[in-house]
Design a protein. Structure first.
Length: 226
């Protein structure tokens, strides 16, 4: 369960990403244009300390891009390379925002969801002391991997992260995690970003999802044994 608050963010998440995303090698779209949201989904941190959210965004009329983020109340040690910036949350105070592909908690939650065949976290909004369920703007689910053990929390020092064209590839422990950054230039084209376009390890698994203008399930994250 992810507990949300009625709060003001300064800067907003999209404003924060506007200065960061165009500098990334996988960025698709015109730099300097407004980022807009196509959807989002969250995972639960088992310890309840770190916010884990993936934003699906566009730059102008460009394709949907996938940006996993983590929100922390204190900086993550030895992870400056993955720090996107800070924002001020009117309820929770200062939040350090990281690129999730370099944050062990994101990697743990996405791997667990895929291996166990889980789904996105249920969202609840706290309004005047009461919790009201809120629908996620993207729905995701893991394929499951038969016989695979759930991973433990990796260390920042154990991560190997690289960008491969429009994917971010992370090697951690016994697993390789591949996050496609650009999901599709033509959301209604069944040939775009299909699972079959990837070299999917038969011993691995995949997270797929839908969002407002994407009714057919699309692959979002791949996990394969190293």
């Amino acid at each position: 369960m992810a507990l949300l608050h009625q709060a003001e963010l300064r800067p907003s998440k999209l404003e924060l990403l506007t200065g960061w995303a165009p500098l990334q090698p996988w960025f698709a779209g015109d730099s300097g244009v407004e980022l807009t949201s196509a959807g989002a989904y969250r995972f639960d941190d088992p310890d309840g300390e770190v916010g884990v959210e993936t934003l699906l965004v566009r730059a102008g009329d460009g394709p949907v891009m996938q940006m996993p983020l983590t929100y922390r109340s204190v900086p993550l040690a030895d992870a400056d390379d993955w720090l996107i910036g800070t924002l001020r949350h009117s309820v929770l105070g200062t939040r350090w925002v990281y690129d999730g592909t370099g944050d062990p908690v994101y990697l743990l939650t996405v791997m667990t969801t895929i291996i166990a065949g889980g789904s996105q976290a249920e969202l609840y909004l706290e309004i005047e002391g009461e919790r009201v369920k809120r629908e996620s703007t993207a729905k995701v689910s893991g394929s499951g991997i038969d016989g695979a053990s759930l991973p433990g929390l990796p260390s920042v020092h154990d991560l190997s992260v690289r960008n491969d064209r429009q994917d971010t590839v992370v090697e951690t422990g016994d697993w390789t995690v591949t996050v496609p950054r650009v999901l599709s230039a033509h959301q209604n084209d069944a040939d775009q970003n299909d699972v079959s376009l990837y070299d999917v390890d038969p011993a691995g698994g995949v997270l797929t999802g839908t969002w407002a203008d994407q009714a057919e399930r699309r692959p979002l994250v791949f996990v394969a044994p190293r």
